[in-house]
Design a protein around this ligand. Structure first.
Ligand code: GLA
Length: 376
């Protein structure tokens, strides 16, 4: 009996000590009639090593994307060697919690090992070999999760901001039909899965034109594409609400669903062009001015407020377009796990999400909840 009582006390303490559990509104319910509200998960969360983050994820969100666990380098690190341990943990976690599962990503130019593109170190392979490798990868990975993953980011970041094609090894070795091959094979490997094209700066006019052309070409050829993922790596004023509004209209006019993927708001100062997302290496903090890391002691109240207003503005646009948007996914559960602590400068303290380092909901959370009823 004593043991039972103390177990009960521990249970109560855990529930109430895990912040953000009992008190707030629940995003997935608040936006239920509008769109799915998603988050990115890492392996620590799915493995049970971060119960506070797991508790927020399962309570607040009804869609999940793996931050890294389905990228080529993780799941297919060596030729002929697939490793589904971490991605299976992710899928099991999501299934257990009834979440919509998004696979990210089948083809990208980053986080893909060099061997994929080479015959021997430094010597690029040919079109036929690379197509064969891509085919094997897509059939094995999408096939492994056939019937379990709801939708796949098939191709990530294939287009430059000006609308030209990214000169990735995929493009250089195969030519631009690599995109249609990837979509076609993803559909063959997982016929029930939705298929998406995902990219950043999707509002830029050049990119918008090229992506629209790509979607139309796939449609004309009868190749399945269900949606456009607009990565939401934005900041204070970078991507205006008007540009967001117009881009959603444009993409939706193609007859595909629009998803906001990878949402976070960068709040730290940058030295370089804010829109330059393709800096592959981060720099060390000690190489840069401390002014670039101003909030190591905490995020000031007025900045919290500013972030809340920024998020509210974006969500008002999402709610306005709720008939076109399938899902809004944050790129992480809480500030402590955000990639923006390490990019584009390593070792900073950033505050881009709606739950803080102590797993508390921020003012931005309440501001977002309040937009659910807006009708603009
Ligand atoms: C891109 C990718 C994501 C992630 C982010 C940064 O947007 O699509 O998988 O790597 O960069 O973390």
């Amino acid at each position: 009996m004593k043991l039972r009582n103390s177990l009960y006390t521990i249970f109560l303490l855990t529930v109430f000590a895990l912040p953000g559990i009992a008190r707030e509104a629940v995003l997935k319910d608040v936006f239920k009639k509008h769109f799915y509200v998603g988050t990115a998960l890492n392996d620590q969360i799915c493995e049970g090593k971060n119960p506070a983050a797991a508790a927020i994820a399962t309570r607040q969100f009804n869609a999940v994307t793996p931050e890294n666990e389905l990228k080529w380098e993780r799941v297919h690190p060596e030729m002929g060697k697939f490793d589904f341990r971490a991605s299976d943990r992710f899928v099991d976690f999501a299934k257990k919690n009834n979440m919509l599962i998004i696979g990210h990503v089948l083809l990208w130019h980053r986080q893909t090992p060099d061997w994929v593109f080479e015959d021997s170190p430094g010597k690029l392979t040919d079109r036929e070999t690379l197509l064969k490798r891509l085919h094997e990868h897509i059939f094995t990975v999408a096939g492994h999760y056939k019937g379990r993953i709801h939708g796949w980011d098939v191709v990530n970041e294939a287009v430059n901001d000006d609308g030209s094609m990214r000169q990735s090894k995929w493009f250089k070795i195969i030519g631009d039909d690599y995109i249609e091959k990837a979509f076609q094979w993803a559909h063959e490997a997982a016929p029930d899965a939705e298929l998406y094209y995902n990219d950043y700066n999707m509002w830029k006019p050049g990119k918008r034109r090229t992506v629209a052309k790509m979607v139309r070409r796939l449609q004309e050829k009868g190749i399945r594409i269900d949606g456009i993922g607009m990565q939401g790596h934005w900041s204070w004023n970078y991507l205006s609400n008007e540009e967001l509004d117009a881009s959603i209209e444009d993409y939706s006019a193609l007859g595909v669903q629009v998803d906001i993927t990878e949402l976070d708001i960068a709040v730290l100062p940058r030295k370089w062009n804010l829109t330059d997302m393709d800096i592959s290496a981060s720099v060390e903090i000690n190489e840069v001015d401390k002014e670039l890391d101003p909030y190591t002691e905490g995020f000031p109240v007025e900045m919290q407020q500013k972030l809340a207003e920024r998020y509210a503005g974006l969500f008002r646009v999402f709610v306005k377009h709720r008939d076109k948007i399938g899902r809004v996914t944050f790129w992480g559960v809480y500030d402590g796990m955000s990639w923006l602590n390490g990019w584009p400068i390593r070792g900073r303290t950033s505050y881009p999400l709606i739950f803080d380092r102590n797993y508390h909901a921020k003012p931005a959370f309440d501001a977002i909840v309040a937009t659910a009823r807006s009708r603009n």
